[in-house]
Design a protein around this ligand. Structure first.
Ligand code: S3P
Length: 441
């Protein structure tokens, strides 16, 4: 799919973005662990979520897609059947890491793989702690790295305590899930609190958990013998998807965008903190929380942004880790210089997001300086239209679209179908907001 975008048109309107990808993965997976029927309402879920649904079907769980989302009928995780074929997690890091945790706590043999991008991503971060607690999980060694395909054999997950040296919701969740499926107690700390969707949903399904903070960082503990009850959940919109519109509204003069029914979990709203630092008054209206998750609407009206030697780093990073590409684009149009630091995690996402962001910005005529653990972006740089291939990954593709919306002239984006990993209907939403965009298939 090729997108041809005329830059400079103001974006106006009210919209809902697709269901939160992280929460939807968990809704599917956790429903499958419970015995009985669960229903999940999720707007326009992307390809990654479908990878999770497909893997669950291979484990003997009935997952039926409905116009609203899914119906999940399960006999409970103890009755999962060993898959006949390899579980293909596609492009989805959350699918492979959370599912590995689930299976490590059961007595099932399985293999998990993914596409070329996922096959290069580090899995030692889940395999090592799972093994340390008795799980029988192994990846392929690529140099010192452990990567997919992953092999899970009959193990004896015993539970216990782990101190993680990275803030990762995927790693934390993998350990908690192994605790759930094995019936053991698990205690995990991370240096900074990462997104807590697993904790919220598992508790709403009946698991007993505690969270606290001390010198080791942010802790979560799971009591043994958790039994999950089926759920009905409505998944809010994904702030990581809304981020493209919030940034675009601040990069194209005359814009005024409101995103409704948006997830506003404080472990995910780092972008709103950054907008405040840029002098933007986003209109946030809190609504009724759903399934333990805060929900509301956010309105952004165009105004010049001022970075004033802003540093984005530390505990803010896990709260906006997936928004850093589009934020770098926004920083190139703000007044002042911005440094993104403490963000080495960007290098191990779907692609190396530090190098790729610098390349993308350069394609649109903007200079950025690559650092080991981040990048430095000087503001107020003129944009020029570009022709780029965005196949490397979904969030890079949509960030390219935002740059194209702000750049004067005609930009061309090739292989834009990759955006469907997390955002179905992105180009249609662009059109709805008044952008001049043509889609060629
Ligand atoms: C996710 C956690 C984050 C995030 C990813 C989704 C999740 O990854 O980047 O897109 O659903 O738990 P890490 O846990 O690796 O930080």
């Amino acid at each position: 799919v090729r997108l041809i975008i005329e830059g400079g048109m103001p974006l106006k309107g009210i919209l809902e973005v697709p269901a939160d990808k992280s929460i939807t993965h968990r809704a599917l997976l956790f429903s499958a662990l419970a015995q009985g029927k669960s229903t999940i309402e999720a707007l326009r879920p992307g390809d990654d979520n479908h990878s999770t649904a497909k893997c669950l079907r291979q484990l003997g769980v009935e997952v039926i897609e409905t116009p609203e989302g899914w119906q999940v009928r399960s006999l409970g995780c103890k009755r999962f059947t060993a898959p006949h074929e390899v579980l293909d997690c596609g492009n989805s890091g959350t699918t492979i890491r959370l599912l590995t945790g689930v299976l490590a706590g059961l007595n099932i043999k399985a293999q998990l793989t993914g596409d070329a991008s996922l096959s290069r991503r580090p899995m030692g971060r889940i395999c090592e702690p799972l093994r340390a607690l008795g799980g029988n999980v192994r990846g392929q060694k690529i140099g010192s790295k452990e990567c997919p395909p992953l092999e899970i054999d009959l193990g004896n997950f015993l539970g216990g305590t782990r101190r993680l040296n990275i803030a990762s919701a995927q790693v934390k969740s993998a350990l908690l899930l192994a605790g759930i499926t094995s019936g053991t107690a698990v205690k995990v700390s991370e240096p900074m609190r990462s997104r807590d969707h697993s904790e919220r949903m598992l508790q709403s399904m009946g698991a007993k958990m505690k969270t606290w903070e001390d010198g080791d960082g942010a802790w979560v503990s799971l009591a043994p013998n958790a039994t999950l009850t089926p759920q009905h959940v409505k998944v809010p919109g994904d702030i990581s998807s809304a981020a493209f519109w919030l940034a675009a509204a601040l990069m194209v003069e005359g814009s005024d965008i409101t995103v409704e029914h948006l997830g506003l979990n404080p472990t995910r709203t780092g972008i709103l903190d950054v907008l405040e630092s840029l002098g933007v008054k986003a209109g946030v209206v809190q609504g009724t929380p759903q399934g333990g998750e805060p929900v509301g609407s956010v309105r952004v009206v165009y105004a010049p942004t001022r970075a004033q030697d802003l540093i984005v780093g530390g505990p803010l990073i896990p709260r906006l880790v997936d928004e850093l590409i589009v934020l770098a684009a926004l920083f190139s149009q703000s007044e002042g210089t911005t440094e993104i630091r403490d963000a080495s995690e960007m290098r191990v996402k779907e692609t190396d997001r530090i190098t790729e962001t610098v390349h993308l910005l350069e394609a649109f005529g903007v200079q950025a300086e690559e650092r080991d653990e981040g990048l430095v972006v000087k503001g107020k740089q003129p944009l020029r239209a570009a022709h780029v291939d965005v196949k490397a990954e979904h969030r890079l593709a949509m960030s390219a679209a935002v740059l194209a919306l702000a750049a004067p002239g005609t930009s061309i984006l090739d292989n834009f179908e990759i955006a469907e990993i997390s955002y179905k209907g992105f180009a249609e939403d662009m059109q709805r907001l008044g952008a001049r965009v043509r889609v060629e298939k």
